[in-house]
Ligand binder design. Structure first.
Ligand code: ATR
Length: 284
Protein backbone atom coordinates (compact mmCIF):
# COMPACT_ATOMS: atom_id res chain seq x y z
CA UNK A 1 0.00 0.00 0.00
CA UNK A 2 1.28 3.37 -0.97
CA UNK A 3 0.55 6.70 0.65
CA UNK A 4 0.62 9.66 -1.73
CA UNK A 5 2.34 12.75 -0.37
CA UNK A 6 1.71 16.34 -1.34
CA UNK A 7 4.10 18.98 0.03
CA UNK A 8 4.89 16.80 3.04
CA UNK A 9 1.25 16.10 3.75
CA UNK A 10 -0.54 12.79 3.25
CA UNK A 11 -3.38 12.55 0.76
CA UNK A 12 -5.65 10.77 3.21
CA UNK A 13 -9.10 11.64 1.94
CA UNK A 14 -10.60 12.69 -1.35
CA UNK A 15 -13.56 13.15 -3.61
CA UNK A 16 -14.49 11.40 -6.83
CA UNK A 17 -17.01 12.84 -9.26
CA UNK A 18 -17.37 14.49 -12.63
CA UNK A 19 -17.22 17.44 -12.63
CA UNK A 20 -15.28 18.21 -9.43
CA UNK A 21 -13.47 21.42 -10.36
CA UNK A 22 -16.06 23.63 -8.65
CA UNK A 23 -16.41 21.49 -5.54
CA UNK A 24 -16.07 23.39 -2.28
CA UNK A 25 -15.14 20.25 -0.34
CA UNK A 26 -11.34 20.48 -0.73
CA UNK A 27 -11.28 24.02 0.69
CA UNK A 28 -13.55 23.12 3.61
CA UNK A 29 -11.77 19.86 4.42
CA UNK A 30 -8.24 21.19 4.08
CA UNK A 31 -9.05 24.17 6.31
CA UNK A 32 -10.45 21.72 8.86
CA UNK A 33 -7.29 19.57 8.81
CA UNK A 34 -5.16 22.63 9.34
CA UNK A 35 -7.29 23.77 12.27
CA UNK A 36 -7.12 20.27 13.79
CA UNK A 37 -3.33 20.17 13.29
CA UNK A 38 -3.47 17.10 11.05
CA UNK A 39 -0.94 16.49 8.23
CA UNK A 40 -3.64 15.47 5.76
CA UNK A 41 -4.71 16.63 2.33
CA UNK A 42 -8.15 16.16 0.79
CA UNK A 43 -7.95 15.96 -2.96
CA UNK A 44 -10.62 16.01 -5.69
CA UNK A 45 -10.28 13.47 -8.52
CA UNK A 46 -12.26 13.82 -11.73
CA UNK A 47 -13.46 10.36 -12.64
CA UNK A 48 -15.62 9.57 -15.70
CA UNK A 49 -18.30 6.86 -15.27
CA UNK A 50 -16.39 4.34 -17.39
CA UNK A 51 -13.34 4.73 -15.12
CA UNK A 52 -15.14 4.41 -11.80
CA UNK A 53 -14.13 0.87 -10.90
CA UNK A 54 -10.47 1.43 -11.73
CA UNK A 55 -10.43 4.73 -9.82
CA UNK A 56 -12.02 3.16 -6.74
CA UNK A 57 -9.46 0.32 -6.81
CA UNK A 58 -6.69 2.91 -7.03
CA UNK A 59 -8.05 4.86 -4.06
CA UNK A 60 -8.37 1.70 -1.99
CA UNK A 61 -4.75 0.77 -2.83
CA UNK A 62 -3.59 4.25 -1.75
CA UNK A 63 -4.50 3.41 1.83
CA UNK A 64 -6.89 6.32 2.22
CA UNK A 65 -8.87 6.89 5.40
CA UNK A 66 -11.99 7.40 3.29
CA UNK A 67 -13.44 9.36 0.42
CA UNK A 68 -16.50 11.26 -0.76
CA UNK A 69 -18.49 10.46 -3.83
CA UNK A 70 -20.49 12.93 -5.87
CA UNK A 71 -22.44 13.14 -9.12
CA UNK A 72 -22.60 10.94 -11.22
CA UNK A 73 -21.28 8.07 -9.04
CA UNK A 74 -23.47 8.11 -5.91
CA UNK A 75 -25.51 5.07 -7.01
CA UNK A 76 -22.95 3.17 -9.13
CA UNK A 77 -20.39 3.15 -6.29
CA UNK A 78 -22.68 0.95 -4.18
CA UNK A 79 -21.68 -2.19 -6.11
CA UNK A 80 -17.97 -1.51 -5.60
CA UNK A 81 -17.99 -1.47 -1.78
CA UNK A 82 -17.86 -4.23 0.83
CA UNK A 83 -21.01 -3.06 2.62
CA UNK A 84 -23.51 -0.22 3.07
CA UNK A 85 -24.84 1.14 6.33
CA UNK A 86 -28.59 1.44 6.79
CA UNK A 87 -28.73 5.14 5.87
CA UNK A 88 -27.03 4.58 2.51
CA UNK A 89 -29.09 1.46 1.83
CA UNK A 90 -32.41 3.23 2.53
CA UNK A 91 -31.47 6.40 0.65
CA UNK A 92 -30.12 4.30 -2.20
CA UNK A 93 -27.00 6.41 -2.65
CA UNK A 94 -23.54 6.81 -1.12
CA UNK A 95 -21.74 10.12 -0.68
CA UNK A 96 -19.16 8.97 1.87
CA UNK A 97 -16.97 5.86 2.05
CA UNK A 98 -15.39 4.89 5.35
CA UNK A 99 -12.76 2.20 5.95
CA UNK A 100 -13.58 0.02 8.94
CA UNK A 101 -11.40 -2.95 9.87
CA UNK A 102 -10.09 -3.19 6.32
CA UNK A 103 -13.57 -3.06 4.76
CA UNK A 104 -14.91 -0.21 2.63
CA UNK A 105 -18.34 0.82 3.88
CA UNK A 106 -20.69 3.22 2.09
CA UNK A 107 -22.76 5.70 4.02
CA UNK A 108 -24.73 8.83 3.23
CA UNK A 109 -24.26 12.08 5.12
CA UNK A 110 -26.48 14.20 2.84
CA UNK A 111 -29.69 13.41 4.71
CA UNK A 112 -28.09 13.52 8.19
CA UNK A 113 -26.27 16.73 7.19
CA UNK A 114 -29.57 18.33 6.20
CA UNK A 115 -31.11 17.29 9.52
CA UNK A 116 -28.22 18.56 11.62
CA UNK A 117 -28.26 21.89 9.83
CA UNK A 118 -32.03 22.27 10.24
CA UNK A 119 -31.75 21.50 13.95
CA UNK A 120 -28.86 23.95 14.33
CA UNK A 121 -30.76 26.77 12.63
CA UNK A 122 -34.42 26.23 13.62
CA UNK A 123 -34.63 23.22 15.93
CA UNK A 124 -38.20 22.35 14.90
CA UNK A 125 -40.34 19.86 16.85
CA UNK A 126 -40.20 17.06 14.27
CA UNK A 127 -43.08 15.10 15.76
CA UNK A 128 -45.42 18.04 15.10
CA UNK A 129 -44.14 19.00 11.68
CA UNK A 130 -45.95 18.57 8.37
CA UNK A 131 -43.52 18.71 5.48
CA UNK A 132 -43.70 19.17 1.73
CA UNK A 133 -40.73 18.06 -0.34
CA UNK A 134 -40.49 19.70 -3.76
CA UNK A 135 -38.86 17.20 -6.13
CA UNK A 136 -38.54 13.42 -6.09
CA UNK A 137 -34.95 12.70 -7.19
CA UNK A 138 -31.90 11.59 -5.21
CA UNK A 139 -31.77 14.65 -2.94
CA UNK A 140 -35.50 14.30 -2.16
CA UNK A 141 -34.95 10.66 -1.23
CA UNK A 142 -32.19 11.63 1.23
CA UNK A 143 -34.22 14.44 2.82
CA UNK A 144 -37.42 12.36 2.85
CA UNK A 145 -35.74 9.43 4.59
CA UNK A 146 -34.15 11.58 7.25
CA UNK A 147 -37.32 13.57 7.99
CA UNK A 148 -39.45 10.41 8.07
CA UNK A 149 -37.08 8.68 10.48
CA UNK A 150 -36.75 11.85 12.59
CA UNK A 151 -40.46 11.45 13.37
CA UNK A 152 -42.17 13.85 10.94
CA UNK A 153 -45.74 12.50 10.93
CA UNK A 154 -46.75 13.51 7.40
CA UNK A 155 -44.70 14.10 4.24
CA UNK A 156 -46.09 15.27 0.91
CA UNK A 157 -43.92 14.75 -2.15
CA UNK A 158 -44.69 17.34 -4.86
CA UNK A 159 -43.02 16.73 -8.19
CA UNK A 160 -43.27 17.83 -11.82
CA UNK A 161 -43.59 14.15 -12.79
CA UNK A 162 -46.31 12.54 -10.69
CA UNK A 163 -45.19 8.92 -10.98
CA UNK A 164 -41.81 9.76 -9.45
CA UNK A 165 -43.56 11.54 -6.57
CA UNK A 166 -45.73 8.45 -6.08
CA UNK A 167 -42.73 6.12 -6.06
CA UNK A 168 -40.93 8.21 -3.43
CA UNK A 169 -44.07 8.61 -1.30
CA UNK A 170 -44.58 4.81 -1.41
CA UNK A 171 -40.97 4.26 -0.29
CA UNK A 172 -41.29 6.77 2.59
CA UNK A 173 -44.59 5.27 3.71
CA UNK A 174 -42.57 2.56 5.54
CA UNK A 175 -41.82 5.18 8.19
CA UNK A 176 -44.54 7.85 8.02
CA UNK A 177 -47.79 8.99 6.44
CA UNK A 178 -47.20 10.23 2.90
CA UNK A 179 -48.95 11.60 -0.15
CA UNK A 180 -47.89 12.48 -3.68
CA UNK A 181 -49.07 15.47 -5.72
CA UNK A 182 -48.13 17.19 -8.92
CA UNK A 183 -45.92 20.18 -8.19
CA UNK A 184 -48.25 22.43 -10.20
CA UNK A 185 -51.21 21.31 -8.05
CA UNK A 186 -49.52 21.51 -4.66
CA UNK A 187 -50.71 24.96 -3.56
CA UNK A 188 -52.93 23.75 -0.70
CA UNK A 189 -50.21 21.40 0.63
CA UNK A 190 -47.47 24.05 0.42
CA UNK A 191 -49.67 26.63 2.17
CA UNK A 192 -50.47 24.25 5.01
CA UNK A 193 -46.96 22.88 5.48
CA UNK A 194 -44.77 23.91 8.40
CA UNK A 195 -41.69 22.87 6.43
CA UNK A 196 -41.22 23.25 2.67
CA UNK A 197 -37.99 21.85 1.21
CA UNK A 198 -36.86 22.50 -2.34
CA UNK A 199 -34.76 19.60 -3.58
CA UNK A 200 -35.07 20.46 -7.27
CA UNK A 201 -32.42 22.46 -9.10
CA UNK A 202 -34.90 25.25 -9.90
CA UNK A 203 -33.38 28.62 -8.94
CA UNK A 204 -29.78 27.45 -9.22
CA UNK A 205 -27.25 29.79 -10.84
CA UNK A 206 -27.58 30.99 -13.61
CA UNK A 207 -31.39 30.60 -13.43
CA UNK A 208 -31.65 32.79 -10.37
CA UNK A 209 -35.01 34.33 -11.29
CA UNK A 210 -36.85 31.00 -11.19
CA UNK A 211 -38.64 29.46 -8.24
CA UNK A 212 -40.30 26.03 -7.92
CA UNK A 213 -43.48 27.58 -6.42
CA UNK A 214 -45.23 30.97 -6.73
CA UNK A 215 -44.59 33.52 -4.02
CA UNK A 216 -48.20 33.65 -2.84
CA UNK A 217 -48.13 29.96 -1.82
CA UNK A 218 -45.69 30.79 0.98
CA UNK A 219 -46.69 32.07 4.38
CA UNK A 220 -45.50 33.56 7.61
CA UNK A 221 -44.03 31.23 10.21
CA UNK A 222 -43.36 28.19 8.03
CA UNK A 223 -39.78 27.05 7.49
CA UNK A 224 -38.64 27.16 3.87
CA UNK A 225 -35.47 25.22 3.06
CA UNK A 226 -33.65 25.28 -0.23
CA UNK A 227 -30.94 22.74 -1.01
CA UNK A 228 -29.68 25.03 -3.78
CA UNK A 229 -26.74 26.97 -2.34
CA UNK A 230 -25.63 28.99 -5.36
CA UNK A 231 -26.92 31.65 -5.00
CA UNK A 232 -26.98 31.52 -1.22
CA UNK A 233 -30.45 33.05 -1.16
CA UNK A 234 -32.52 31.74 -4.05
CA UNK A 235 -35.63 33.49 -5.34
CA UNK A 236 -37.68 30.97 -3.32
CA UNK A 237 -35.91 32.00 -0.12
CA UNK A 238 -36.04 35.72 -0.88
CA UNK A 239 -39.79 35.47 -1.44
CA UNK A 240 -40.26 33.30 1.63
CA UNK A 241 -38.44 35.90 3.69
CA UNK A 242 -40.69 38.66 2.33
CA UNK A 243 -43.69 36.60 3.45
CA UNK A 244 -42.29 36.29 6.97
CA UNK A 245 -41.23 32.65 6.66
CA UNK A 246 -38.09 31.31 8.37
CA UNK A 247 -35.50 30.48 5.75
CA UNK A 248 -32.88 27.74 5.72
CA UNK A 249 -30.25 27.98 2.98
CA UNK A 250 -28.45 25.07 1.29
CA UNK A 251 -25.12 26.09 2.81
CA UNK A 252 -25.94 24.41 6.11
CA UNK A 253 -26.48 21.01 4.52
CA UNK A 254 -23.32 21.37 2.45
CA UNK A 255 -21.24 22.15 5.53
CA UNK A 256 -22.79 19.49 7.73
CA UNK A 257 -22.61 16.66 5.17
CA UNK A 258 -18.87 17.40 4.95
CA UNK A 259 -18.51 17.75 8.72
CA UNK A 260 -20.26 14.43 9.33
CA UNK A 261 -18.01 12.67 6.79
CA UNK A 262 -14.95 14.15 8.47
CA UNK A 263 -16.21 13.05 11.90
CA UNK A 264 -16.72 9.50 10.66
CA UNK A 265 -13.22 9.36 9.21
CA UNK A 266 -11.40 10.96 12.14
CA UNK A 267 -13.65 10.11 15.11
CA UNK A 268 -13.26 13.76 16.15
CA UNK A 269 -15.56 16.76 16.18
CA UNK A 270 -15.34 18.82 12.99
CA UNK A 271 -14.66 22.59 13.18
CA UNK A 272 -18.08 23.40 11.72
CA UNK A 273 -17.93 27.21 12.13
CA UNK A 274 -14.60 27.40 10.35
CA UNK A 275 -15.84 25.14 7.55
CA UNK A 276 -18.90 27.38 7.15
CA UNK A 277 -16.73 30.51 7.01
CA UNK A 278 -14.51 28.95 4.35
CA UNK A 279 -17.54 27.90 2.31
CA UNK A 280 -19.19 31.32 2.54
CA UNK A 281 -15.96 33.05 1.52
CA UNK A 282 -15.54 30.75 -1.47
CA UNK A 283 -19.05 31.50 -2.68
CA UNK A 284 -18.84 35.28 -2.65
P1 ATR B 1 -30.90 15.18 -7.48
O1 ATR B 1 -30.03 13.97 -7.28
O2 ATR B 1 -30.17 16.49 -7.34
O3 ATR B 1 -32.13 15.13 -6.65
P2 ATR B 1 -32.33 14.24 -9.79
O4 ATR B 1 -32.37 12.88 -9.19
O5 ATR B 1 -32.02 14.38 -11.24
O6 ATR B 1 -31.31 15.18 -9.02
O7 ATR B 1 -33.76 14.95 -9.50
C1 ATR B 1 -34.06 16.23 -9.93
C2 ATR B 1 -35.42 16.65 -9.38
O8 ATR B 1 -35.65 18.02 -9.73
C3 ATR B 1 -36.59 15.86 -9.96
O9 ATR B 1 -37.60 15.76 -8.99
C4 ATR B 1 -37.02 16.76 -11.13
O10 ATR B 1 -38.35 16.60 -11.51
P3 ATR B 1 -38.80 15.41 -12.55
O11 ATR B 1 -38.85 14.17 -11.73
O12 ATR B 1 -40.10 15.83 -13.06
O13 ATR B 1 -37.73 15.38 -13.60
C5 ATR B 1 -36.84 18.11 -10.51
N1 ATR B 1 -36.68 19.18 -11.49
C6 ATR B 1 -35.59 19.43 -12.27
N2 ATR B 1 -35.80 20.50 -13.04
C7 ATR B 1 -37.07 20.94 -12.76
C8 ATR B 1 -37.88 22.01 -13.24
N3 ATR B 1 -37.43 22.85 -14.17
N4 ATR B 1 -39.10 22.16 -12.71
C9 ATR B 1 -39.56 21.32 -11.76
N5 ATR B 1 -38.85 20.28 -11.28
C10 ATR B 1 -37.62 20.09 -11.77
Amino acid sequence: MQKQKKAGRIVAMGLIGDPVAHSKSPEMMNAAFEQLGLPYVYQAFRVAPAELEEAVNRLKAQDLIGFNVTIPHKVAIMDLLDDLDQTAAEIGAVNTVVRREGKWIGTNTDGPGYLRSLIEEWNPAFSELSAVILGAGGAARAVGYILATAGVPKITVANRTLDKAEALAAHLSQWTKTEAVLLADSRAEVEKAQLVVNTTSVGMHPHTEESPVPCDWLRQGQIVSDLVYHPKETLLLRQAKEKGARIHTGLGMLVHQAALALEMWLQKKAPVSLMKEVLEASLT
